[in-house]
Design a binder for this molecule. Structure first.
Ligand code: G3P
Ligand code: CA
Length: 301
């Protein structure tokens, strides 16, 4: 693996609606190292590339299948067959209560032609683009909400691992990184399901930074939210905790999320954010909605 990698977060999602095939093709053209696939199972056990177990914040499900709303007011991917899901239109992420886009400057909701797709469909496009362009861009699938899937009687990890193997992804050399927030499930993927893939333990809570040694028992890397190791910002200078050094000392790579040029928070510019995280903090990779900017930044070094 390269020294520093760029992961297209939900595709080139700063420019086209997240997880659409169009956003993945655009990301491929940006020469990223990996393209991300968040995965949720359909009723008929097809891994769908979508960020949430819900459909109503990126599709027109409420108009097409109003009768399928659950008591909590949400529409669940798992209640629909792949064929039914294919009938929906996909839009730039919005608040289902107000209809307003989360990132107002991004692609508008006017275009009606974007569709959901499966993991298999996306792998086939990426592999064929690799063939036709001579590139070697990897995939970075995430097992979403495994506990929810188990409750619904589904073993998503098993299904996904089989598909990955069918498409040639089974070892650390196969341009595939498998990620999950759920530590119990990722450990199971390594220990019980015997996966030899490069595994990344995602992290979102500060108390998880105390679990690095545990994670190193089964994972090859960790994927923390950058706020877990950004300790302080004073006068535009950043200080970091020992997290990255500690992870490296345990042999863990660190891929941090999520870098957004239109949501800079504590940073003045996207270049400053890239420099702080990739070089001052010394992470090994970044998940970003604007992968072209990260590739350009690294190329210019
Ligand atoms: O998977 C790492 C990155 O994608 C951040 O998580 O919530 O966007 O899937 P999320
Ligand atoms: Ca993800």
């Amino acid at each position: 693996m390269k020294n520093k990698i760029v992961i297209a977060h939900r595709g080139a999602s700063g420019y086209l609606p997240e997880h659409t095939m169009e956003s993945k093709v655009m990301a491929h053209n940006m020469n990223v190292d990996f393209i991300e696939q968040d995965l949720v199972l359909s009723k008929d056990d097809v891994p769908i590339v979508i960020h949430d177990i819900y459909l109503d914040d990126v599709t027109n499900v409420a108009q097409i299948y109003p009768e399928k709303k659950r008591e909590d007011g949400r529409y669940y991917v798992i209640d629909f067959t792949f064929e039914e899901l294919k009938q929906l239109n996909v839009y730039e992420r919005f608040n289902p209560k107000t209809g307003k886009q989360i990132y107002p400057k991004r692609f508008s909701k006017k275009t009606q032609n974007f569709k959901l797709h499966s993991l298999q469909e996306e792998i086939e496009v990426i592999q064929d683009l690799n063939r036709s362009t001579g590139k070697k861009i990897g995939i970075y699938p995430e097992i979403k909400a495994p506990a929810f899937h188990h409750q619904e009687g589904k073993d998503m990890a098993k299904i996904v691992l089989q598909i990955l193997e069918d498409y040639g992804y089974s070892t650390k050399n196969d341009d595939c990184i498998l990620q999950c927030f759920d530590a119990k499930e990722l450990r199971r993927i390594r220990k019980e399901l015997k996966s030899e893939l490069f595994l990344v333990q995602l992290m979102e809570n500060p108390n998880e930074t105390l679990q690095l040694k545990e994670f190193a028992q089964y994972a090859d890397g960790v994927g923390p939210w950058y706020r877990l190791f950004l300790s302080e910002t004073v006068d535009n200078k950043f200080t970091f905790t020992s997290f990255i050094k500690d992870a490296h000392a345990l042999g863990l790579q660190v891929h941090t999320y999520t870098l957004r040029a239109d949501d800079l928070k504590e940073f003045d510019s996207f270049t400053q954010m890239l420099d702080a995280l990739l070089f001052q903090a010394n992470v090994d990779g970044v998940f970003t909605d604007f992968p072209d900017l990260a590739v350009q930044f690294l190329t210019a070094q």
